[in-house]
Ligand binder design. Structure first.
Ligand SMILES: [Zn+2]
Length: 241
């Protein structure tokens, strides 16, 4: 039988000196290459709000050409046997939405679940429960994005192979968006954005309704569920209500 310890791996003996109680982990001095990998001690010190702030700071670095330079070969070795990620991000399949880059996060920092249209189903709910309840991630970020092909496909009621069944997961967001004032087609970027945002809200609602584990963690303040909309045209993120 698998135990939590066996899933996560052996104890991490890393001697990172970063202070996780600040809003931002200083991975490396300016101009230096980071070999930072999250430790259990750092993960334990983080709160959902601190993790959220770190991801916001990372997006600011991403948008100001200050993305962290990382030594991936060294990080591979340091992270090989264990992981203590701070967050889990559910994103779309889209090739333009490079989650780790968007938040300037390195190896071992974040779990990333990807499916066209960033919806949740049983498999993804299980993945989110593993990331938070078992592996200790403090933040669940659901990220929709601008110009999403899956959202447009759901709006257009595309029928094609297995895509038909996949798009059925996004249809509730299209239904939720019928109060939109204006042209309700995939050619209207504002409507596509509105459906995409409602799709994120629907995923957040589904998590709370279908995952008693995560709902309890949220009620206890152990985890935060946050929805964002990523703009592929300028690399910025908008937080949803
Ligand atoms: Zn997409």
């Amino acid at each position: 039988m698998l135990t939590i310890a066996s899933i996560l791996g052996a104890c991490n003996t890393s001697t990172n000196k970063e202070n996780a109680s600040s809003t931002e982990i200083k991975e490396a001095e300016d101009g230096q290459v980071s070999t930072h990998v999250m430790t259990k001690e750092q993960q334990d010190k983080l709160t959902p709000d601190l993790v959220l702030q770190q991801l916001k700071d990372g997006n600011t670095r991403f948008n100001s050409q200050k993305i962290t330079t990382r030594n991936h070969s060294e990080q591979v070795r340091k992270a090989a046997v264990v992981q203590f990620p701070k967050a889990v991000v559910l994103s779309c399949l889209d090739s333009r939405v490079t989650v780790e880059d968007v938040f300037d996060q390195g190896m071992g920092d974040v779990f990333v679940g990807r499916v066209a249209g960033n919806f949740v189903n049983e498999d993804l709910l299980g993945s989110l429960e593993f990331a938070s309840k078992v592996a200790g991630a403090k933040l669940i970020l659901i990220m929709g994005h601008q110009h999403c092909g899956a959202i447009k496909g759901a709006i257009d009621d595309v029928k094609l192979g297995n895509i038909t069944a996949m798009l059925a997961n996004i249809k509730p967001a299209v239904t939720m968006s019928q109060d939109f004032k204006g042209e309700k087609t995939s050619k209207n970027d504002e409507f596509v954005k509105y459906v995409s945002e409602n799709n994120v809200r629907y995923a957040m609602k589904q998590i709370r309704e279908r995952s008693p584990i995560i709902k309890e963690m949220e009620d206890k303040g152990q985890v935060k569920i946050v929805g964002v909309f990523y703009r592929v045209t300028d690399g910025t993120i908008e937080f949803l209500n």
